[in-house]
Design a protein around this ligand. Structure first.
Ligand code: ZN
Length: 244
Protein backbone atom coordinates (compact mmCIF):
# COMPACT_ATOMS: atom_id res chain seq x y z
CA UNK A 1 0.00 0.00 0.00
CA UNK A 2 1.27 3.45 -0.86
CA UNK A 3 2.08 5.87 1.86
CA UNK A 4 -0.39 8.68 2.42
CA UNK A 5 0.99 12.07 1.48
CA UNK A 6 -1.49 14.29 3.24
CA UNK A 7 -2.81 14.21 6.76
CA UNK A 8 -5.68 16.52 7.57
CA UNK A 9 -6.56 17.11 11.18
CA UNK A 10 -9.89 18.68 12.01
CA UNK A 11 -9.78 20.45 15.31
CA UNK A 12 -12.46 19.70 17.90
CA UNK A 13 -14.93 22.35 18.88
CA UNK A 14 -14.13 24.13 22.10
CA UNK A 15 -17.43 23.05 23.61
CA UNK A 16 -17.54 21.71 26.25
CA UNK A 17 -14.57 23.67 27.54
CA UNK A 18 -13.45 20.85 29.85
CA UNK A 19 -12.58 18.64 26.89
CA UNK A 20 -9.72 20.28 25.10
CA UNK A 21 -6.95 19.05 22.88
CA UNK A 22 -4.10 20.98 21.31
CA UNK A 23 -4.25 19.94 17.65
CA UNK A 24 -1.04 21.83 16.92
CA UNK A 25 0.97 19.62 19.26
CA UNK A 26 -0.63 16.52 17.74
CA UNK A 27 0.39 17.73 14.26
CA UNK A 28 3.96 18.51 15.38
CA UNK A 29 4.46 15.06 16.85
CA UNK A 30 3.17 13.36 13.70
CA UNK A 31 5.43 15.59 11.63
CA UNK A 32 8.48 14.42 13.60
CA UNK A 33 7.75 10.78 12.75
CA UNK A 34 6.48 11.29 9.22
CA UNK A 35 8.34 14.31 7.84
CA UNK A 36 7.46 13.45 4.24
CA UNK A 37 3.76 13.93 4.96
CA UNK A 38 2.05 17.24 4.58
CA UNK A 39 -0.04 17.91 7.64
CA UNK A 40 -2.64 20.61 7.97
CA UNK A 41 -4.94 21.62 10.78
CA UNK A 42 -8.45 22.48 9.81
CA UNK A 43 -11.34 24.09 11.64
CA UNK A 44 -13.81 21.79 13.42
CA UNK A 45 -15.60 19.42 11.05
CA UNK A 46 -18.99 20.93 10.26
CA UNK A 47 -22.08 18.81 10.38
CA UNK A 48 -25.70 19.41 11.03
CA UNK A 49 -26.89 18.76 14.53
CA UNK A 50 -29.93 16.97 13.13
CA UNK A 51 -27.76 14.64 11.11
CA UNK A 52 -25.61 13.61 14.05
CA UNK A 53 -28.73 12.86 16.11
CA UNK A 54 -29.29 9.97 13.76
CA UNK A 55 -26.10 8.30 15.05
CA UNK A 56 -27.16 8.63 18.69
CA UNK A 57 -27.57 5.46 20.74
CA UNK A 58 -30.58 5.19 23.03
CA UNK A 59 -30.16 1.58 24.09
CA UNK A 60 -26.58 0.36 24.53
CA UNK A 61 -27.76 -3.25 24.52
CA UNK A 62 -29.11 -3.16 20.98
CA UNK A 63 -27.17 -2.93 17.72
CA UNK A 64 -27.68 0.15 15.60
CA UNK A 65 -30.29 -1.33 13.28
CA UNK A 66 -32.40 -2.27 16.30
CA UNK A 67 -32.25 1.09 18.03
CA UNK A 68 -35.65 2.47 18.90
CA UNK A 69 -36.69 4.88 16.17
CA UNK A 70 -38.14 7.62 18.29
CA UNK A 71 -37.17 9.13 21.54
CA UNK A 72 -33.50 8.89 20.83
CA UNK A 73 -33.00 11.61 23.34
CA UNK A 74 -34.97 9.74 25.95
CA UNK A 75 -31.89 8.27 27.50
CA UNK A 76 -32.27 7.02 30.97
CA UNK A 77 -29.08 5.03 31.39
CA UNK A 78 -26.45 7.39 30.12
CA UNK A 79 -25.28 10.74 31.34
CA UNK A 80 -23.11 11.41 28.30
CA UNK A 81 -24.77 10.79 24.93
CA UNK A 82 -23.19 8.03 22.86
CA UNK A 83 -22.88 8.01 19.08
CA UNK A 84 -22.30 5.01 16.85
CA UNK A 85 -18.78 5.60 15.51
CA UNK A 86 -19.27 3.75 12.23
CA UNK A 87 -22.54 5.52 11.47
CA UNK A 88 -20.82 8.83 12.17
CA UNK A 89 -17.92 7.82 9.97
CA UNK A 90 -20.24 7.02 7.07
CA UNK A 91 -21.99 10.39 7.41
CA UNK A 92 -18.72 12.30 7.59
CA UNK A 93 -17.24 10.42 4.63
CA UNK A 94 -20.00 11.77 2.41
CA UNK A 95 -18.92 15.29 3.27
CA UNK A 96 -15.29 14.87 2.24
CA UNK A 97 -14.47 16.34 -1.17
CA UNK A 98 -14.04 13.58 -3.73
CA UNK A 99 -10.46 14.62 -4.60
CA UNK A 100 -9.51 13.96 -0.98
CA UNK A 101 -10.97 10.49 -0.80
CA UNK A 102 -7.98 8.65 -2.26
CA UNK A 103 -5.54 6.76 -0.03
CA UNK A 104 -3.14 9.67 -0.44
CA UNK A 105 -5.17 11.42 2.22
CA UNK A 106 -5.72 10.62 5.86
CA UNK A 107 -8.48 12.52 7.59
CA UNK A 108 -8.44 12.72 11.35
CA UNK A 109 -11.44 14.33 12.97
CA UNK A 110 -11.05 15.30 16.59
CA UNK A 111 -14.40 15.49 18.31
CA UNK A 112 -15.84 15.93 21.77
CA UNK A 113 -18.71 13.57 20.92
CA UNK A 114 -18.42 10.21 22.66
CA UNK A 115 -18.12 7.52 20.00
CA UNK A 116 -18.94 3.88 20.60
CA UNK A 117 -19.12 0.64 18.65
CA UNK A 118 -21.33 -2.39 19.10
CA UNK A 119 -19.64 -5.63 20.12
CA UNK A 120 -21.25 -8.91 19.20
CA UNK A 121 -19.10 -10.64 21.85
CA UNK A 122 -21.08 -9.26 24.76
CA UNK A 123 -23.92 -7.75 22.72
CA UNK A 124 -23.53 -4.17 23.82
CA UNK A 125 -21.99 -0.86 22.89
CA UNK A 126 -18.59 0.17 24.21
CA UNK A 127 -17.12 3.65 24.24
CA UNK A 128 -14.21 4.11 21.82
CA UNK A 129 -11.44 6.66 21.73
CA UNK A 130 -10.67 6.04 18.07
CA UNK A 131 -12.48 4.84 14.97
CA UNK A 132 -10.05 4.12 12.16
CA UNK A 133 -11.00 4.57 8.51
CA UNK A 134 -12.01 7.39 6.21
CA UNK A 135 -12.40 9.62 8.01
CA UNK A 136 -10.84 8.50 11.26
CA UNK A 137 -12.47 9.86 14.37
CA UNK A 138 -10.69 10.51 17.64
CA UNK A 139 -13.15 11.07 20.45
CA UNK A 140 -11.49 13.10 23.15
CA UNK A 141 -14.38 12.35 25.47
CA UNK A 142 -13.70 8.72 24.58
CA UNK A 143 -10.10 9.12 25.78
CA UNK A 144 -11.50 10.01 29.19
CA UNK A 145 -14.47 7.65 29.26
CA UNK A 146 -13.54 4.56 27.19
CA UNK A 147 -10.43 3.02 28.81
CA UNK A 148 -11.39 1.80 32.27
CA UNK A 149 -10.28 3.49 35.44
CA UNK A 150 -8.46 1.33 38.04
CA UNK A 151 -10.56 -1.57 39.32
CA UNK A 152 -10.33 -0.20 42.85
CA UNK A 153 -11.97 2.99 41.67
CA UNK A 154 -15.14 1.13 40.71
CA UNK A 155 -15.03 -0.97 43.87
CA UNK A 156 -14.82 2.16 45.99
CA UNK A 157 -17.70 3.57 43.97
CA UNK A 158 -19.76 0.48 44.75
CA UNK A 159 -18.78 0.80 48.38
CA UNK A 160 -20.84 3.93 48.54
CA UNK A 161 -18.13 6.48 48.11
CA UNK A 162 -19.92 7.42 44.91
CA UNK A 163 -21.86 10.01 46.83
CA UNK A 164 -18.68 11.99 46.79
CA UNK A 165 -17.26 11.45 43.35
CA UNK A 166 -14.92 14.39 43.77
CA UNK A 167 -12.98 12.89 46.67
CA UNK A 168 -12.97 9.52 44.95
CA UNK A 169 -11.36 11.11 41.91
CA UNK A 170 -8.85 12.84 44.16
CA UNK A 171 -7.92 9.55 45.76
CA UNK A 172 -7.15 8.02 42.38
CA UNK A 173 -5.66 11.14 40.82
CA UNK A 174 -2.87 10.41 38.34
CA UNK A 175 -4.21 6.94 37.64
CA UNK A 176 -6.69 8.07 35.02
CA UNK A 177 -7.13 10.96 32.61
CA UNK A 178 -9.76 13.40 33.72
CA UNK A 179 -11.57 16.31 32.11
CA UNK A 180 -9.53 19.52 31.95
CA UNK A 181 -6.25 17.63 31.78
CA UNK A 182 -5.28 19.13 28.44
CA UNK A 183 -1.70 17.82 28.46
CA UNK A 184 -2.67 14.20 28.93
CA UNK A 185 -5.65 14.43 26.58
CA UNK A 186 -3.36 15.88 23.91
CA UNK A 187 -0.68 13.24 24.52
CA UNK A 188 -3.28 10.47 24.28
CA UNK A 189 -4.63 12.05 21.07
CA UNK A 190 -1.14 11.72 19.59
CA UNK A 191 -1.21 7.99 20.39
CA UNK A 192 -4.55 7.55 18.69
CA UNK A 193 -3.51 9.67 15.70
CA UNK A 194 -0.50 7.37 15.30
CA UNK A 195 -2.78 4.34 15.49
CA UNK A 196 -4.80 5.86 12.66
CA UNK A 197 -1.70 6.36 10.52
CA UNK A 198 -0.43 2.85 11.18
CA UNK A 199 -3.88 1.51 10.37
CA UNK A 200 -3.30 2.84 6.86
CA UNK A 201 0.35 1.97 6.37
CA UNK A 202 -0.04 -1.59 7.67
CA UNK A 203 -3.35 -2.30 5.92
CA UNK A 204 -5.47 -2.38 9.03
CA UNK A 205 -3.18 -3.27 11.94
CA UNK A 206 -3.12 -0.19 14.15
CA UNK A 207 -2.27 -1.89 17.44
CA UNK A 208 0.83 -3.24 19.12
CA UNK A 209 1.28 -5.76 21.92
CA UNK A 210 4.26 -3.95 23.37
CA UNK A 211 3.15 -2.22 26.56
CA UNK A 212 5.51 0.73 26.07
CA UNK A 213 4.53 1.38 22.47
CA UNK A 214 2.24 4.26 21.62
CA UNK A 215 0.23 1.86 19.50
CA UNK A 216 -0.63 -0.32 22.49
CA UNK A 217 -4.38 -0.89 22.59
CA UNK A 218 -4.97 0.30 26.14
CA UNK A 219 -8.13 -0.97 27.80
CA UNK A 220 -7.12 0.61 31.09
CA UNK A 221 -6.41 4.26 31.80
CA UNK A 222 -3.25 3.26 33.67
CA UNK A 223 -1.91 1.48 30.58
CA UNK A 224 -2.72 4.51 28.45
CA UNK A 225 -0.93 6.82 30.89
CA UNK A 226 2.06 4.45 30.85
CA UNK A 227 2.42 4.80 27.06
CA UNK A 228 1.99 8.57 27.34
CA UNK A 229 4.85 8.73 29.82
CA UNK A 230 7.05 6.50 27.68
CA UNK A 231 6.35 8.66 24.58
CA UNK A 232 7.86 6.07 22.31
CA UNK A 233 7.22 3.52 19.62
CA UNK A 234 8.62 0.00 19.92
CA UNK A 235 11.58 -0.88 17.67
CA UNK A 236 9.39 -2.61 15.14
CA UNK A 237 7.06 0.35 14.67
CA UNK A 238 9.84 2.90 14.81
CA UNK A 239 11.55 1.08 11.96
CA UNK A 240 8.32 0.88 10.00
CA UNK A 241 7.92 4.65 10.29
CA UNK A 242 11.56 5.31 9.46
CA UNK A 243 11.56 3.14 6.35
CA UNK A 244 8.63 4.80 4.68
ZN1 ZN B 1 4.78 -1.15 18.55
Amino acid sequence: MGFPRFIHINQATSVPAAVVVDAKIVAEEIDKLFPSCKIDIRPPFRYEEKMIEHAKIADIKQPFEKQPNQERDNMTMMTIPLYDGFVMQKMFAEMIPIEELSLDHIHIILTTLLTCTFSEDDWRYHGRAVICGTPSIISITGIIEAPAKPREFYLAQLDGMAADNGSLKKKFAGRFIDYNDENKITAASINYALQVIFFFITSGEPFCNHKDCRLFNAHWQEDLIHTIEKRTLCNHHRNLAKNL
